[in-house]
Design a protein around this ligand. Structure first.
Ligand SMILES: Cc1cc2nc3c(=O)[nH]c(=O)nc-3n(C[C@H](O)[C@H](O)[C@H](O)COP(=O)(O)OP(=O)(O)OC[C@H]3O[C@@H](n4cnc5c(N)ncnc54)[C@H](O)[C@@H]3O)c2cc1C
Ligand code: FES
Ligand code: FES
Length: 1333
């Protein structure tokens, strides 16, 4: 049968595809076929929102056009017949006019690297298309499926809040306290709270939006016919009637039904599953029907979750409360179910039939007594959704020819109560650890149980019902006795073996009890007071808050900075909040990232082939299956390398493993094919056999096996023995800090283009390090560096992850280009990127601290261990920085720090914002908090007492000059109203038994310089053209941190010309050679000074012409100079003076200066679930005289939120064999919109010029990250309050809380009667699901 034509519209233009392949996603089609590269690929699994587009279609049941957001990475093009697609390019552009959404995110500084920005724009745009005047809450909810790794979200929300009808910016014209303009009233004249002026914004005019294609509207009544699309491996059949669908299912019982493709899409992309026949039921009216029946509301199985949510919300608003208990339970689950993009396409039937053991809806439906109608050709049956419905892992009762027609969700009855609970690692868009639905029905007028249903996800390989336990409670009364019996019953019935998949065994078991306790209290609360106490329990008022559902409070933010001095020329932008220069293009999708470069005609795709074992000999490589994949070109490996296979900073790595692999993800070879899809299939086809060798995975393994890179590093001062002997008290212990994935939104990417002559090759790379990329490629190809040009336009984030590890991809791609003679491209998929490229080093600190009763520290010894992985890379520098920050801000007279780099069989860990500093300082604050607890003194008092003073020498003998920490501290104490709030927190903790708050203030001091002395150099090149325009180049790369913007500001001030005359087009090895990586926070300092020097040379050359024509313009002088044959091109160079510290001789000065800051954070924890809420953070940061307060505040907030991820959320899980289990946003949780402090106040310290850097500024990229430790220790304080209340007297005051403080760790540390019931015995030979590394 011939395939049909697929017809859809993109940005108003009709697209007719004659060869629609069901395996092609909308994203691939937009980017590759239509050349619309504004929509980005961040994860490919619906978890980041970078690919968000708006879909519009005529809904025949509702009789209207509907608009909804969707993830283009999951939408098969075949699902888009007669759909209109709007991408970021379709709504506005810098060439014509930006859309207000694009303008506002750009001008409010909501775009740093810009890779997430088109997705943010499209989520907001879609919301406005449906709701031109949304509420702040609606705006926040519309971003549940969007991630940003740079901004810390505050500026995005603040910019978009200007669209809100409540809490938006009123330009200071109303009594709205949240309005930035109104904040000004309290402040001194020199401080400004306005980073942007909302009055400049274009108004939103909904009448100006593009219309729905008239051609599609005309089709609204034409009957639909079955469609068939044939791809290379898959056939897609769009059924138009139920009969057709059932016939098709009878013909193809193995066929999958696809509605939203949010399950199937992921199975095909990431699990390499193939479904040769796909049937789409989306058009069938019966599957989309919503019917309000006498017993409940029935939803067709293809109804989207979004539409179910809307219907249930309407029902809750209209029906009596007692009828909607179940509906409210479903809605509570929906609140935390994926993002808008997923919910608008995913179907209710898809969720049920997938039968995921962690489905959020199935436990709720099972507990509610929902009914399912199942049909096949000639049969129809209605079954209750009970424990028999899921007979096994991902299995249902459906026969092969059956489909789910509908589900009826029942109304609740008088005397019936229902709750749903879910606990995940993160609130927004995360899958559950445990999820449940709970229902009780009482005998009429009593509190005697008639029916009780407790159903759970996350506690077995399927959704289960705690039968044995509930059966015993029939006829019992709702009181403490029942509570105890149910808890004891659940603890026994819902047992998990210690090696259960998913791990966190004790936590998950405890959650089942915690949830029931919450349900018990909630029912008591709903029952009210009228029931006699002997039969029914009584709600203790201090327990009431345990029943409150998690609510988001409206955000409130303040950013304060010093305004430029009066009289500063308007043209001089230094000190002004200039938006990132590329922000408008980032918002419109025009900004070009590596993979946006149009494809070359003969371009090939590369996919890496990597090891599946942590340590093994390679026995054989068989590529015969790969060769059969269409479009296969070649396999490249070590044997193809013309130069050297040796690479890495320490010459201890290979480009391709030859005989042996030393980590899972070790690159063995690569396949080269015509398309990325074929490359993925071909890579799967390469079969490798191994001989497995013993592997060392963790720090503990390495210590046991004496497996280290290099000798021990050591730093010390004073007399440790004497110090400890004088101490009143000594505390020792250890702290483990987990690693962190960079999760830059743009994964590693390289395009290599052979030039065909003398070994020349041009590489477009997403890298922070053009120099090493060039030298590694040259070395591999055996050509001089002058044949290799590396070019970087911009990166979609780097954070250290593209400082050296980007070369893993670029050298492999360069080899493939060399071998084939064709341009070759590779952009890693998110899972490959996470597996291969390493991240922040996990650290273990073993400490011993001696102190006086007053809290004064007299001696400290810390052994640091880092998990370096399978190569040295930057691990030595990372450890050195940890050792140089082990004091944080405290004077310790007798001190010794040692560091060992554990050589393990993990992917090599590398640079990450902070570079070991945060780990060193977290250990410091950990022992500091233990000292305070042991002394019984307030932590802030002990911290202040030990703080350095101006002029003090550090233990590495660097004098502290301009030490502003005490100033920041005092300002932060005052602005946060620390002491008053501390009392409030104590009061809250007394009044609430199961919710606790914590408040903590933490300082930081971060040393600025590369520790490798020669890297503290930079170059710049400036060309002035005869029209007066200036092309500027410097050694730094733009990864979102605003470096190019700051460099243009510096050049503008130096040359005294407007920034609009200056342009930076890229970073390239052919313009500025031998550059240092853009890292260590120093790029503005060193490149800025080099730019300044280059400008001075130009100015000097122009001087005679200025003198001759003092009233002339810049252009006049430039023209005159040109006509006098004066060179208008100059280089600048800068070297930071007198830096460099030797760990061998313990001499020299490691840092040029320090950046300081202080943060105070308040949190609230839910002691029963381990959830926490970041209530408020106040930061005072010393960034010298800010070059650009908007960019600097952006760095402070972005770094803080990344630190918040490090210390509270982001957890990498490894199998005992060293296999990374968390390889994408579905399992690895970076902070989302909902994680930022509700109140977030950032203030840049006034009047604090820094004479050591360009225009008195300071480095800012890394230093604020550590301030998120204030959240970690506030959580610890809250846990301490919980332990003091619940635990028995044996509980120690000092307790272990390793980083990150995830819900699991928080819950387990809040020891109480529920945790003690859930302790699992772990036999010695148990192989847990994951292990700490
Ligand atoms: C980013 C992201 C976040 C998510 N978050 C959550 C979450 O928080 N909680 C949660 O529970 N799930 C979550 N999911 C899982 C997923 O969204 C849901 O399971 C969704 O409801 C599946 O619906 P679908 O239409 O996309 O399914 P599809 O992928 O289209 O189909 C899924 C399966 O259902 C079968 N099927 C579909 N309809 C029928 C029918 N009528 N009869 C018989 N078989 C049928 C298909 O054959 C297929 O096997 C998430 C997924 C993603 C990608
Ligand atoms: S790329 Fe589609 S959601 Fe991440
Ligand atoms: S600006 Fe959001 S990911 Fe970079």
């Amino acid at each position: 049968m011939a395939a049909d034509e697929l017809v859809f519209f993109v940005n108003g233009k009709k697209v007719v595809e004659k060869n629609a392949d069901p395996e092609t996603t909308l994203l691939a089609y937009l980017r590759r076929k239509l050349g619309l590269s504004g929509t980005k690929l961040g994860c490919g699994e619906g978890g980041c929102g970078a690919c968000t587009v708006m879909l519009s279609k005529y809904d025949r049941l509702q009789n209207k056009i509907i608009h909804f957001s969707a993830n283009a990475c999951l939408a098969p093009i075949c699902s888009l017949h007669h759909v209109a697609v709007t991408t970021v390019e379709g709504i506005g552009s810098t060439k014509s006019r930006l859309h207000p959404v694009q303008e506002r995110i750009a001008k409010s500084h909501g775009s740093q690297c810009g890779f997430c920005t088109p997705g943010m724009v499209m989520s907001m745009y879609t919301l406005l298309r449906n709701q031109p005047e949304p509420t702040v809450e609606e705006i926040e909810n519309s971003f549940q499926g969007n991630l940003c790794r740079c901004t810390g979200y505050r500026p995005i929300l603040q910019g978009f809040r200007t669209f809100a009808r409540d809490g938006g910016c009123c330009g200071g014209n109303a009594d709205n306290q949240n309005c930035c303009m109104n904040q000004k009233k309290d402040d001194t004249v020199t401080q400004s709270p306005c980073l942007f002026n909302p009055e400049e914004f274009m108004p939103l005019d909904p009448t100006q939006e593009p219309i729905f294609p008239p051609e599609l509207l005309r089709l609204k009544d034409t009957p639909r016919k079955q469609l068939r699309f044939e791809g290379e491996r898959v056939t897609w059949i769009q059924a138009s009637t139920l009969k057709e669908l059932l016939d098709l299912k009878a013909q193809h019982p193995e066929a999958k039904l696809v509605v939203g493709n949010t399950e199937i899409g992921i199975e095909m992309k990431f699990k390499n599953m193939l479904f040769p026949v796909i049937v789409s039921p989306a058009w069938i009216p019966e599957l989309n029907l919503v019917e309000h029946g006498p017993e409940g509301i029935s939803f067709g199985a293809a109804c989207t979750l979004d539409s179910v949510e809307k219907t249930l919300k309407d029902a809750v608003a209209k029906l009596p409360a007692h009828q909607t208990e179940v509906f409210r339970g479903v809605l509570e689950q929906m609140r935390w179910f994926a993002g808008k993009q997923v919910k608008s396409v995913a179907s209710i039937g898809g969720n049920i039939i997938t039968a995921s053991p962690i489905s959020d809806l199935n436990p709720v439906f099972m507990a509610s007594g929902a009914k399912l109608t199942i049909v096949s050709r000639g049969t129809r049956r209605t079954v209750p959704m009970d424990h028999t419905f899921f007979p096994g892992y991902r299995k249902t009762l459906l026969g092969p020819e059956e489909i789910l027609l509908s589900i009826e969700i029942p109304y609740s009855r008088e005397g019936e109560f229902f709750s749903a609970f879910k606990q995940a690692s993160r609130r927004d868009d995360d899958i559950a650890k445990v999820t449940c639905g709970m229902r009780v029905l009482f005998q009429p007028g009593t509190t005697q149980v008639k029916e009780l249903a407790l159903c759970f996800g996350g506690m077995a390989d399927r959704t289960i019902s705690a039968f044995k336990t509930t059966r015993k409670q029939l006829s019992n009364f709702w009181n403490e006795k029942l509570l105890h019996e149910v808890c004891a019953g659940l603890a026994e019935e819902l047992y998990l073996p210690p090696d259960a998949p998913g791990g966190m065994v004790d936590f998950r078991r405890t959650l089942t009890l915690s949830f029931f306790f919450k349900f018990y209290l909630t029912v008591l609360h709903k029952l009210g007071k009228e029931h006699p106490e002997d039969k029914c329990g009584k709600l203790d008022p201090t327990f009431a808050s345990a029943t409150f559902l998690f609510q988001k409070d409206p955000p409130a933010n303040v950013q304060l900075f010093q305004e430029v001095p009066k009289g500063q020329s308007e043209e001089d932008t230094v000190g002004r909040p200039l938006p990132h220069l590329a922000s408008a293009m980032q918002a419109s999708g025009e900004a070009v990232y590596c993979d946006d470069i149009p494809r070359y005609e003969n371009e090939l795709s590369l996919r890496l082939v990597t090891s599946t074992l942590a340590h093994a000999k390679i026995k054989s490589i068989d590529i015969s299956e790969a060769q059969k994949v269409p479009g296969f070109v070649c396999f490249v490996s070590a044997d193809d390398i013309p130069g050297s296979n040796t690479t890495g900073l320490g010459d201890d790595e290979t480009i391709f493993a030859k005989d042996k692999v030393t980590c899972v993800g070790h690159i063995i070879g690569a396949v080269v094919t015509d398309t990325p899809e074929h490359a993925q299939r071909a890579a799967q086809g390469v079969k490798i056999t191994y001989e497995e060798l013993p592997a060392i995975i963790s720090i503990e393994d390495a210590i046991k096996n004496n497996s280290f890179w290099g000798p021990e590093l050591r730093i010390e001062k004073g007399d440790l023995k004497k110090g400890f002997s004088e101490a009143d008290n000594i505390v020792s212990g250890e702290l483990y800090i987990g690693g962190q994935d960079h999760f830059y939104l743009e994964t590693q990417c390289t395009i290599a283009v052979p030039k065909g002559e003398a070994g020349e090759m041009e590489l477009f790379v997403s890298t922070q390090n053009t120099n090493k990329t060039q030298s590694f490629v040259a070395n591999m190809l055996g050509v001089p560096a002058n044949r290799i040009v590396v070019r970087v336009k911009r990166m979609g984030g780097g954070f250290g992850g593209k400082e050296t590890r980007s070369t893993l991809v670029s050298t492999a791609v360069a080899l493939a280009a060399y071998k084939t003679g064709c341009p070759v491209r590779c952009m890693l998929d998110r899972d490959e990127d996470m597996l291969i490229t390493g991240g922040r080093h996990p650290f273990l600190g073993r400490y011993k601290v001696g102190f006086m009763k007053t809290g004064r520290i007299v001696a400290l010894e810390v052994e640091h261990y880092s998990n370096a992985g399978n190569s040295l890379d930057l691990s030595k520098g990372v450890m050195e920085r940890a050792l140089l920050h082990m004091d944080n801000c405290y004077r310790i007279p007798n001190i010794r720090g040692t560091g060992r780099l554990c050589k393990t069989n993990l992917s090599s860990n590398t640079a990450f914002r902070g570079f070991g500093g945060p780990q060193g300082m977290l250990i410091a604050e950990h022992w500091m908090s233990e000292v305070a607890v042991t002394c019984g003194l307030p932590a802030e008092e002990v911290r202040r007492k030990n703080m350095y003073k101006e002029g003090d020498l550090t233990y590495f003998d660097q004098k502290l000059e301009g030490f502003t920490v005490p100033r920041c501290w005092d300002e932060c104490l005052a602005s946060s109203q620390y002491h008053a709030r501390k009392n409030e927190v104590d009061k809250f903790n007394k009044e609430n038994c199961w919710k606790k708050r914590g408040l903590c203030i933490i300082p930081t001091k971060f040393g600025i310089s590369f520790l490798t002395p020669f890297l503290n150099q930079a170059g710049a090149l400036i060309h002035v053209y005869t029209d007066g325009s200036v092309l500027l180049t410097h050694g730094g790369t733009e990864m979102g941190q605003g470096l190019h913007t700051k460099m243009v500001q510096v050049a503008g001030k130096a040359l005294k010309i407007p920034t609009s005359k200056i342009y930076i087009s890229e970073t390239s090895t052919s313009t500025v050679p031998n550059t240092s990586p853009t890292a260590a926070s120093v790029s503005t300092d060193i490149n800025g000074q080099a730019v300044y020097e280059a400008c001075q040379t130009i100015l000097k050359r122009l001087e005679p012409f200025k003198r001759k024509n003092p009233s002339g313009s810049w252009e006049d002088w430039v023209t005159a100079a040109y006509q006098d044959a004066v060179s208008l091109s100059a280089t600048g160079f800068y070297k930071t003076p007198n830096v460099g510290y030797s760990f061998e001789t313990h001499s020299g000065k490691p840092f040029h200066y320090f950046t300081y800051g202080v943060a105070c954070s308040e949190v609230e924890i839910d002691c029963l679930t381990g959830d926490h809420k970041n209530l408020r953070t106040d930061i005072v940061m010393d960034v010298g005289s800010s070059l650009n307060p908007a960019i600097d505040i952006g760095q402070v907030e972005g770094a803080f939120v990344q630190g918040l991820g490090l210390f509270t959320l982001e957890e990498l899980h490894y199998s005992p064999e060293g296999n990374l289990l968390t390889r994408g946003p579905s399992t690895y949780k970076i902070p989302a919109f909902g994680n930022i402090p509700t109140e977030f106040r950032v203030s840049l310290l006034r009047d604090s010029p820094n004479k050591k850097a360009i225009y008195a500024s300071k480095a800012v990229g890394e230093p604020p990250l550590f301030l998120a430790a204030s959240i970690f220790f506030a959580i610890k304080d809250a846990i301490r309050a919980a332990r003091a209340q619940h635990a028995d007297n044996n509980t120690k005051a000092l307790f272990q809380l390793d980083s990150p403080a995830t819900p699991e760790k928080i819950r387990n540390a809040c020891v109480d009667k529920f945790t003690t019931l859930s302790v699992t015995d772990v036999p010695g030979n148990c192989k847990p699901w994951s292990r700490r590394v």
